[in-house]
Design a protein around this ligand. Structure first.
Ligand SMILES: [Zn+2]
Ligand SMILES: [Zn+2]
Length: 236
């Protein structure tokens, strides 16, 4: 049985990455902010996951809170890194995609943007590039599911749709208050930034065309299909 394990980069669901646990092999989705590798490896041990059974790292998009520790983790795990062509430059240069940081509120513009645009992350050459709207099947990496292109938050944002009804959509939506799940876990909200809200809406419709019923988020705790439908209407 496959399952998604939420790994905390910051407490209370404020920043998450995920492990997709398969029968034999597992996939890590995102790597948190720079310096998160020890935190991720510890949580894998706590879940009795052998890091040697991880077969792939998927980077959902080119923001530093998602690819910040990819260089370190690629070195430790010795596995390929997958990213979309439109966000790959962030990994190659180690510089997060600042041009896509259109704050969804003034608060984020002042509080968070400076944090995400300062400093440099270790560069990392990705191994697998997803092109255009190509659907990337994960069976070769031991997981029953697909990676799909869901732009809007950034041009190259990726989501993972699993055959078991779970989906990882990362920053296409958020839940909770501020950065995540401190309270109001059943409340949808915009993540701090979106590149293009119209495109987000189209990607949400694409996501909802799959029979998924639980959606894991980069900021906040997982939400139901009903809540995600509600969020789609919030996008205008
Ligand atoms: Zn993001
Ligand atoms: Zn994020």
């Amino acid at each position: 049985m496959q399952k998604v394990i939420q790994l905390a980069i910051a407490p209370l669901g404020m920043i998450n990455c995920f492990l997709i646990q398969g029968e034999k092999n597992h996939i890590l989705v995102d790597t948190g902010i720079p310096g998160s590798e020890a935190k991720i490896l510890k949580q894998l041990r706590d879940h009795n996951i052998n890091p040697e059974d991880i077969s792939l790292i998927i980077i959902s998009h080119g923001h530093v809170d998602h690819f910040g520790s990819v260089r370190a983790l690629k070195k430790i795990l010795r596995v390929p890194v997958l990213v979309h062509e439109l966000d790959k430059e962030a990994l190659e240069t180690g510089i997060g995609m600042t041009e896509t940081l259109n704050a969804t509120s003034k608060f984020w513009d002042i509080v968070l943007k400076p944090q995400l645009t300062k400093g440099k992350v270790g560069a990392c050459l990705p191994d697998i590039i997803v092109h255009g709207d190509e659907v990337f099947n994960l069976s070769h990496y031991g997981i029953n599911g697909n990676v799909i292109h869901t732009p809007g938050h950034t041009p190259g944002s990726l989501s993972v749709i699993l055959d078991n009804g779970d989906a990882i959509i990362m920053d296409l939506a958020s839940s909770g208050i501020l950065l995540g799940g401190i309270a109001f876990n059943n409340r949808m909200k915009h993540p701090p930034f979106h590149d293009n809200l119209e495109t987000v809406k189209k990607s949400l419709a694409y996501i909802l065309s799959f029979p998924a019923n639980r959606f894991f988020l980069g900021h906040g705790n997982p939400v139901s299909r009903q809540l995600l439908e509600k969020y789609m209407h919030m996008t205008g």
